[in-house]
Design a protein around this ligand. Structure first.
Ligand code: C2O
Ligand code: CU
Length: 615
């Protein structure tokens, strides 16, 4: 046994000893440990961490108003990557033929159009996860582009700074596509954040945590264990198994994403010099951006789709390694030989660049208070029925019933999410909104400090748990998805939708339905033909988007103040139930009749389970 292994087993034992009773009650299935599913990976911490390249716009539409739109082109295509040094390269599909895909860094206030061309082997629908896109640009699962088609996605970039990501959302194949390489980071930045002096440039690092299984020939193995999940034995960060990264003894901003299909992570940092300790660090933000102030912890739990931003100070660990460990026995994870290890920071002896290396500011951002004026409480149960997963008994394939609820635009609603029959971990993701986590009962029985410190769009609903979240259903009317972010569950078939109904009072004209139906014909994918890709054609298309004013340019504040005066704010009080909702809007508004586009229904029909296109 190598010294490394002895030491690691010691650390594992220590971590296990630290697991609380709450963790133990979460352990339901026996877990294999100490073996590999994939060919053994012998190069732990030997290869450097890959960092995604930053994407540049191809051209910019200059509007007279100064509200420019940046235009980007991305091509989805197959590529190969050397994962195992001793095996053939792995076949993958990625944006611009890269995995992770290129990183977008978007400035708040500059809209963007990204043209995604599908030159890959199967369907494509792209979702920018964590941004309030209008429905036709939100990656609706049935809005797929076939190989040979492109789609223009129009993005607002109007929210506060936050760490977002983009990934495939094709119906029934989201898990497989994302697993094979279709995801990347999308960073939104703003002047308020830039003024904080947080570590930036090479001291601001995006880390996508992931877990895979490989065949003996180096190809990816997508075995969903009868739709229970794919936990994976090969831990990757930015697509490199167990990488290392050289850092200076100073502060870094580390932005974590759990990009895995089914594995939850619970990570901590341990230095060589104190092998059974965990370093304290600051969590400064979550899915919806920065907290009001830093939250100190020595452990960070992330379910799939969640993001947390941290400031980690390596200054006390000159010349040492600092290793990120992952707790065994979390949630429903299956553990394998090295799933307790994530990556290693190799800390140098000197600081060559002290820029933005000061104390973490005690004030970061104005996080809105929890709205007290909820007008409806709704219950959603996450269950397994046979070999399928459903929400309130409904899955995506049930086209006639998959709109589970219709929040009125601007209303504040409390959703109670219950992990029911079948157990399992369900990271629940609600599109469109930022929500706040109110409570967790059963299971871990607590809301972690960094879960409640900011705005979220995914919440971890572990076995036996009930979690309550509150959100204002705004600023856009339309049809949006919510689902489990265990992508194996999502595809089979824990994905449904909600329809934010349009009320004319809030600045929307009664016949303005174009952005409400995600399958609005004007925005559907089109064949890739040369004439659409000339500079002139692109400028014309950008002008068309500009003129649509999909995001109420310059007027968003008015949309929000309209919302405040109307449904959500003002006279609501803390009442619950739909009677209150009706009373609030009575006599002031009328519901437009079109709630579900006929295209949406048609398109979904007959598109049930499809064959696995990667095999
Ligand atoms: Cu990250 Cu609906 O997805
Ligand atoms: Cu689930």
């Amino acid at each position: 046994m190598s010294l490394f292994r002895v030491w690691r087993n010691f650390c594992t034992a220590t971590l296990l000893a630290n697991i609380s009773l709450a963790d133990l009650t979460e352990r339901q299935t026996p877990r294999p440990t100490g073996h590999w599913l994939s060919p053994e990976y012998k190069w732990i911490f030997e290869y450097p961490l890959p960092i995604a390249s930053v994407k540049s716009p191809k051209q910019t539409f200059k509007a007279p108003s100064g509200a420019d739109i940046d235009y980007y082109e991305v091509e989805l295509k197959s590529h190969q990557k050397q994962i195992y040094p001793n095996l053939p390269p792995t076949d993958m599909t990625g944006y611009d033929g890269m995995s992770p895909g290129p990183m977008f860094i978007m400035q708040k206030g500059r809209e963007a159009v990204i043209r995604f061309s599908n030159n890959g082997p199967s369907d494509m629908s792209v979702h920018v996860h964590g941004q309030y896109n209008r429905a036709p640009f939100d990656g609706w699962a049935a809005d797929t582009a076939d190989p040979g088609q492109y789609k223009d996605y129009y993005y607002p970039n109007a929210q506060n700074a936050r760490t977002i990501w983009y990934h495939d959302h094709s119906e029934f194949t989201t898990g497989e596509h994302t697993y094979h390489g279709q995801s990347g980071f999308y960073i939104l930045t703003d002047p308020e954040e830039q003024a904080l002096g947080l570590p930036n440039g090479g001291h601001d690092i995006t880390l996508s945590l992931d877990a895979k299984v490989y065949h003996a020939n180096g190809s990816l193995n997508y075995d969903t264990n009868n739709n229970a999940g794919l936990w994976g034995d090969i831990i990757q960060v930015n697509w490199q198994p167990w990488p290392h990264h050289k850092v200076e003894p100073r502060k870094y901003r580390l932005r974590f994403l759990n990009g895995a299909v089914s594995r939850t992570f619970s990570i901590s940092f341990t230095p060589d010099s104190r092998p059974n300790s965990k370093i304290d660090f600051h969590v400064i933000g979550s899915d919806g951006g920065l907290f009001s102030g830093p939250v100190r912890t020595n452990n960070l739990a992330l379910s799939m789709g969640e993001r947390y931003e941290t400031i980690v100070d390596f200054s006390n660990y000159k010349g040492q390694n600092v290793t990120i460990y992952n707790s065994r026995g979390m949630g429903e994870n299956a553990d394998y030989a090295a799933t307790d290890l994530v990556m290693r920071f190799v800390v140098g002896d000197t600081v060559t660049d002290n820029t933005n290396n000061g104390p973490v500011p005690s004030y970061l951002h104005n996080v809105p208070a929890i709205p007290a004026n909820a007008v409806a409480e709704k219950n959603f149960a996450f269950d397994r029925v046979g070999d399928k997963w459903v929400i309130n008994g409904v899955g995506w394939a049930d086209i006639e019933h998959r709109i589970l609820t219709k929040p009125k635009l601007g209303n504040v609603e409390i959703w109670t999410l219950t992990n029911g029959n079948g157990g399992g971990t369900h990271p629940v993701h609600i599109h469109l909104v930022d929500f706040q986590v109110l409570s967790r009962t059963g299971g871990r029985n607590t809301v972690l400090p960094y879960e409640s410190a900011g705005l979220k769009d995914v919440v971890w609903l572990a076995g036996g748990e009930t979690v309550r979240v509150v959100a204002r259903y705004a600023p856009w009317a339309g049809l949006y998805m919510f689902h489990c972010h265990n992508l194996v569950h999502e595809d089979h078939d824990m994905l449904v939708s909600f329809n934010v109904s349009t009320l004319s009072q809030w600045g929307y004209s009664p016949n303005e339905t174009i952005f409400i139906d995600p399958l609005t014909p004007e925005f559907r994918p089109k064949p890739i033909v040369g004439e659409d890709f000339t500079d002139a054609a692109i400028q014309k298309k950008l002008q068309w988007f500009y003129d649509s004013d999909a995001y109420k340019r310059g007027n968003l504040a008015a949309v929000y103040s309209g919302l405040d005066a109307g449904g959500g704010g003002g006279g609501g009080g803390g009442g619950s139930g739909s009677a209150t909702a009706t009373a609030q809007v009575r006599g002031k508004t009328r519901l437009i009749s079109r709630t579900l586009g006929p295209q949406e229904v048609q398109r979904g029909r007959g598109k049930r389970q499809r064959g696995a296109s990667h095999l």
